[in-house]
Design a binder for this molecule. Structure first.
Ligand code: ZN
Length: 102
């Protein structure tokens, strides 16, 4: 095709479609990078105030506590661990008891 000739409609559509695909791929890549960066930035941070969490031992259970707001965070399975400690001590009432009755 000579340089001064206008591209056909089919060519325009082809390049427009190709452009959209490239833009979509870039968007997907940028979204994935952003999610990864956000996860890294939030790792081991208090979900309430953003302060660094400190590991604290409650009985045999390691829980994450926030020195700033006093929040206490449990990983998956740690509530069940505390429940077992509670039961082993014969404690079924109080605040912890009401958590475990759910
Ligand atoms: Zn906090």
């Amino acid at each position: 095709m000579p340089m001064d000739e206008k591209p056909s409609k089919n060519e325009d559509e082809y390049f427009a479609k190709q452009n959209l695909e490239i833009i979509h791929e870039m968007r997907v890549k940028l979204d994935a990078e952003r999610r990864k960066a956000e996860r890294k930035a939030h790792h081991n941070k208090c979900p309430r105030c953003g302060c660094d969490l400190k590991e604290h031992h409650a009985e045999q259970v390691r829980v994450d506590t926030c020195p700033e707001c006093g929040g206490l965070w449990l990983d998956k399975g740690e509530l069940e661990q505390l429940q077992r400690v509670n039961r082993a001590r014969g404690v079924s009432g109080g605040v912890l008891g009401s958590l475990f009755r759910r």
